[in-house]
Write a protein that binds this ligand. Sequence first.
Ligand code: NAI
Length: 482
Amino acid sequence: MTKHTITLIPGDGIGPEIADSTRKIIDATGLKIDWEVCEAGDAAFKKGIGTGVPNETIESLERNKIAIKGPLSTPVGYGEKSANVTLRKLFETYGNIRPIKEFLGVQTPYSGRNLDLVIVRENLEDLYAGIEYMQTPGVSECLKLISRKGSEKVIRLAFEFARSQNRKTVTCASKANIMKLTEGLFKRTFEDVAKDYPDIEAHHVIVDNAAHQLVKKPEQFDVLVMTNMNGDILSDLSSALVGGLGFAPGANIGDKYAIFEAVHGTAPKYAGTNTINPTALILSGVMMLRHIGAIEEANMIEEAITYTLGVDRYFTRDICPPKMTAKTTSEYTDCIIKNFGKKTETYQAREHKLMKLPKVSTRPDFVTVKDRKVVGFDLFVETVKKPKEVGVFFEALLEKTSFKLSCISTRGVKVYPTLKDLDDGADMLTVRVMAKDQSLDVIDCDITDILLQLGSEIRWTHVEKLNVFDGVLGYTKVHGEN
Ligand code: NAI
């Protein structure tokens, strides 16, 4: 029998209790696992480690490649970063897999519908890169960065995961109808990647409709794949369909490392009370066992959980029906171990194969083009002047240059030239400046020349180049622009 060494981070709040329960259950399967117990979160912050993750923990994960962790509390109101985000970024776990599965005995409005779907969420990009700026004292900005490579990796992961569980469909949920370049890139990548998986049906759904459908008819979904924020919101929503955070496990998958953790946080109010529900972390452990090929042991734990909830009706406080006495975390844990090998009528293990990790080129220039040029630039300016006044100013300024004013917009809507003034603006306008000769490639010093001529009247906040790659516009038209 192969012996595995796994990094175990008990974490903060209720973390040590659920980690203890998970470890006890996995050990009871007879698997030979050496647990390397490591610190992260509060304990590290208290020692002055600003990232929340000590070097020994990083080294342990580098050695073992696999970790299971309890929740880590994020310091609020002082400078430190989230230790969770540190781990995610450091080990480049680009994909987050969150299964949503109904358990016999756990009463929800959806009970009996046999929900068994999986949300695969991109884990490193999107608005959660946290790149934000105040453009003016009253206007903020967050950059939504989506790469073709990042999208391709997580989408391939979704298809590979579907194959490993013999699932039939993968649905991409996106907001490509509005965010045509970012969410649109994700959708187009999905359509390209899907061609490599002819054995799996591929669908697309607009993400707001996905939210609606997940509440109305969740059983229609099998595997869903999404960008970071959409996936975050919809996976939390979906966990409520099967009993809430106590039943929401997760896996963070990277090319070289995998970190398994429950979706929920540290629930500090219940720390040390022996009352919380350890199922989400135990199920994260089940995912981990499948990841390392211990499929029989994983199924045995999953069926024992089904027996414990559905037949013995052992419930922890969070899901205990009125008139029943809630079991403690340790009673529930011991009951699962006692139920190893017991069969329930409803439990049927899915077919599981070892998941093949996607192989995607690591080249930074993942997408190359034959032809590219800059045809103009958007200048974001802070001003309280009327758009018309700013328009006239720029028309005069650009008259003797190689540029012309195309339009002025505010928050994506054209406000100059326009037939009607908007009543309620902000103190930020976007001035779209185009080269008079669209066949030429604008050079940087032409742009900086314009910036130098602005003077003190107009304060620019940032500049975006307008690229055309292989004849395709690398920017979106403003609402109302021709
Ligand atoms: P939380 O998930 O800790 O709690 C939300 C609600 O769910 C609370 O009512 C809590 O009592 C309940 N709950 C959570 N897990 C439960 C379980 N296993 N059994 C029974 N009830 C459970 O979220 P909250 O309060 O927003 O965050 C608390 C701390 O956890 C914060 O410092 C936050 O940053 C951190 N956190 C860490 C995460 C991680 O390490 N992956 C994820 C989410 C939050």
